[in-house]
Design a binder for this molecule. Structure first.
Ligand code: KIV
Ligand code: ZN
Length: 385
């Protein structure tokens, strides 16, 4: 089974979600929880962005022990110096240098030709090599870059001593077969590629970040980058919990695993949501409030007979107590009766039928019938009879 390294960027790309601003204390609290979750690497911030971010990265670097701590840097000496300062005290520091490679970015943003891009990245890597033994290099917007230029840039990064080379789909443009094909191409065409780890970094603009990341794994990616709850620029980044649970649930299909403590997923998701203020949608895969909730009578009946009828993974596996059978207008008699038993009422068939009819009337008027609603309904019914 291949191990896939988890590079968490909740504290950097995740914090780039519009409206999110984590202070040092909050970053350290999340970092401790990410350590418990078992991520291999965490990108704590972009030290050159502000003195506050530099201080926060430094606090994270000093606080966590068993994780590689990473600081982001443009291909500039001042940024590299800021990362050096921010990572003082880190047990296992790593710098993450990036430069855009696509024709669109070269022309409009960088105003550089290919040669200039190559040289700029090369001199940044040479400078960083003096201070760091672990370097990741990212080809920003690799997803829209010519294959031959990707190969040239990856080859250069290997020669200049990068230990990880990241091939991001920065704007979430590709589909899984296209993204997977880039990894296959790089694996097959770049000399010495086996000396480095290849990393996948996807954005979710078309809702394909997780699928693209899994395609990269199938085509040889050694590391995946993402955030908790999928937060990040625009529509966000790959949600780490989704990739981890896809690998765990379909282990024989992917033949790959992570070192994550999966039972810490729910707790990590709640903490990130609370501190960033980014509410997790109810239907979000794995960590949404409805991910293990069942409302329809047919599904609830199946669940009461055998949980694997409607659940492909258990709530316990991500650290939740149990699945929820939510009572609403689609619910059936079986779940209704079980709920009454849970609440301490053993009614005979006739009483259940009468109470069930009242419940359906109420359910037509409410989105969800709560325990208190049911208690009121049963008490009223018992008083009537
Ligand atoms: O999306 C992206 O390309 C990035 C880089 C900085 C790696 O976040
Ligand atoms: Zn990104």
């Amino acid at each position: 089974m291949r191990k896939i390294y988890i590079f968490d960027t909740t504290l950097r790309d995740g914090e780039q979600s519009p409206g999110v601003n984590l202070n040092t204390r909050e970053k350290v609290e999340i970092a401790h929880q990410l350590e418990k979750l078992g991520v291999d690497r965490m990108e704590a911030g972009f030290p050159a962005a502000s003195p506050g971010d530099l201080a926060a990265v430094n606090a994270v670097a000093r606080a966590v022990k068993d994780v590689t701590v990473i600081g982001l840097s443009r291909s500039r000496e001042q940024d590299i110096d800021a990362v050096r300062e921010a990572l003082i005290g880190a047990q296992d520091p790593c710098i993450h240098i990036f430069l855009a490679t696509s024709p669109i970015h070269r022309k409009h943003k960088l105003r550089m030709d290919k040669e200039q891009v190559l040289e700029t990245a090369q001199s940044a890597l040479r400078y960083a090599r003096k201070y760091f033994s672990k370097i990741e290099f990212s080809l920003e917007d690799a997803g829209r870059t010519e294959y031959d230029f990707i190969a040239q840039m990856v080859g250069m990064a290997i020669k200049e001593g990068a230990s990880v080379v990241n091939i991001p789909d920065t704007v979430g443009y590709l589909n899984p077969s296209e993204y997977g094909a880039i990894f296959k191409f790089v694996k097959e065409n770049v000399p010495d590629v086996e000396k480095i780890q290849l990393s996948a970094h996807c954005h979710n603009d078309l809702g394909m970040a997780t699928a693209n990341t899994l395609a990269a794994i199938q085509n040889g990616a050694d590391q995946i980058e993402g955030t908790i709850n999928g937060i990040g620029e625009r529509a966000g980044n790959t949600a780490i919990e989704e990739v981890a649970m896809a690998l765990a649930t379909r282990q024989s299909f992917f033949n790959a695993t992570t070192s994550l403590q999966l039972s810490e997923i729910a707790r990590t998701s709640r903490l990130v949501s609370k501190l960033t203020g980014m509410v997790v949608p109810g239907n979000k895969a794995i960590v949404g409030a409805n991910a293990f909730a069942h409302e329809s009578g047919i599904h609830q009946d199946g669940m009461l007979k055998e949980k694997t009828t409607y659940e492909i993974m258990t709530p316990e596996s991500i650290g939740l107590k149990e699945s929820k059978l939510v009572l609403g207008k689609h619910s059936g008699r079986h779940a209704f009766r079980e709920k009454l038993i849970d609440l301490g009422y053993e009614l005979d068939d006739l009483q259940v039928n009468e109470a069930f009819a009242k419940f359906k009337d109420l359910a037509d008027k409410k989105k969800e019938v709560s325990d208190d609603d049911l208690l009121a309904l049963i008490e009223e019914k018992l008083i009537d009879t």
